[in-house]
Design a protein around this ligand. Structure first.
Ligand SMILES: O=C(O)CCC(=O)C(=O)O
Ligand SMILES: [Fe+2]
Length: 367
């Protein structure tokens, strides 16, 4: 990293939120990182056409980009809010007993990811936690109240922080969706009206903790196996390396990516990492791309540190029909079979993810 970049990063870290402890060790210079493009939120909100075109080009190819959170008031509020949620999340993970954590249940048992606490231990019962996360659903704050018992004690005191982040995230996701619908020459509101904060949907805020590596690297599991997101837009905040995406030249079959083709995504202070999920592929008959990604242990000196990440997931409202829009740039889709609602689609996809995870866990993939 050049000293100019270092100085700029230091300023960005110090700039709006005191978060220097989120960066306990530098991201190494000698690992193959992918130079994702940086998009300006401020330009998008001001209707800048070249910036809109850049977003469209990215979303029709790799689907991943950095979004500058510090160049506009909405972004700054979101960044501050994500840092706040990261701090309180790490505190709650550390200071809540496992029985209390486990009482915060996913809806419908294990198959739905928009609510609850989920943990994976290293190898067997009693081993230290390898990976844990909790999701706070949109239904806590907006739309029809779901009778799910509400947030558990260890999270309810932070309700306002989650609500703020979810609200900011929705605004940013809708900004991106309005850019994309315009670039696709669809009627205004085609995508945005399916993603209103007050409609019932599976939106959520997720806080992840991946344990730092143990002394023996043989004990390290893949943090999160290769997958695509079951949502419309994912906005990720992360402070340590670990996220990887395939090189654009990689040959990909389904979710299979050869080891040599994975590239690191370097976390950049003050930027979110944004990607589209499968819903946008469905709405556009694959013109917009849902990016494959996975999470492994952080690289280099970061490896021994716990990695926290905060994700805002925006999904189509529950009643949306999961089929391609008609538009001049969207190939016509042959419709065979019943069209699922977003609610049904989410459940079916997430059940698939769980099944793949269970298979991967059985193979005990070593990194
Ligand atoms: O923690 C990360 O960096 C990514 C997590 C992720 O991909 C997900 O929750 O779907
Ligand atoms: Fe993901």
């Amino acid at each position: 990293m050049s000293s100019d970049t270092q100085a700029e990063n230091a300023l960005r870290i110090a700039g709006d939120f005191e978060a220097t402890d989120f960066y306990p060790a530098p991201f190494p210079a000698d690992v193959p990182a992918i130079p994702l493009e940086k998009i300006s939120l401020s330009k998008l909100l001001n209707g800048d056409k070249p910036e809109a075109q850049r977003v469209f080009n990215i979303c029709t190819s790799t689907g991943f980009f950095y979004l500058d959170m510090l160049d506009h008031a909405t972004g700054r509020q979101t960044w501050r809010s994500a840092c706040n949620v990261r701090r309180l999340g790490s505190d709650r993970f550390a200071n809540t007993s496992m029985p209390d954590k486990l009482q915060y249940k996913p809806l419908g048992g294990v198959s739905v990811f928009d609510r609850g606490y989920i943990v994976r231990n290293a190898v067997q019962e009693g081993d230290p936690v390898e990976r844990e996360f909790f999701n706070v659903p949109q239904s806590e704050f907006y739309g029809t109240k779901v009778e799910d018992g509400g947030l558990p004690n260890w999270l309810s005191q932070d309700e306002d922080a989650f609500k703020e982040l979810l609200t900011c995230g929705n605004q940013i996701a809708r900004t991106l969706l309005s850019v994309l619908e315009k670039q696709l020459q669809l009627p205004v509101g085609s995508f945005t009206k399916l993603h209103r904060l007050n409609d019932d949907s599976g939106d959520f805020v997720r806080v992840f903790r991946y344990a730092g590596a143990r002394a023996d690297p043989k004990d390290d599991l893949v943090g999160l196996p290769a997958h695509k997101d079951a949502m419309s837009v994912a906005i990720l905040f992360t402070w340590l390396g670990g996220l990887q995406i395939p090189d654009p030249s990689a040959k990909i079959h389904g979710l299979d990516v050869e080891d040599k083709d994975w590239r690191w995504v370097r976390p950049e202070p003050g930027y979110a990492i944004v990607n589209l999920g499968d819903a946008m592929e469905i709405f556009t008959n694959k013109i917009l791309k849902s990016g494959i990604h996975r999470v492994v242990k952080a690289p280099g000196e970061q490896r021994s540190h716990d990695r926290l990440s905060v994700i805002i997931a925006t999904r189509p409202k529950n009643s949306s029909l999961m089929k391609a829009f008609e538009g001049p740039l969207i190939p016509v889709q042959e419709q065979n079979g019943r069209i699922m609602s977003s609610l049904e689609w989410g459940h079916s996809l997430i059940a698939g993810i769980r099944m793949r995870e269970a298979e991967a866990a059985k193979r005990v993939t070593k990194m």
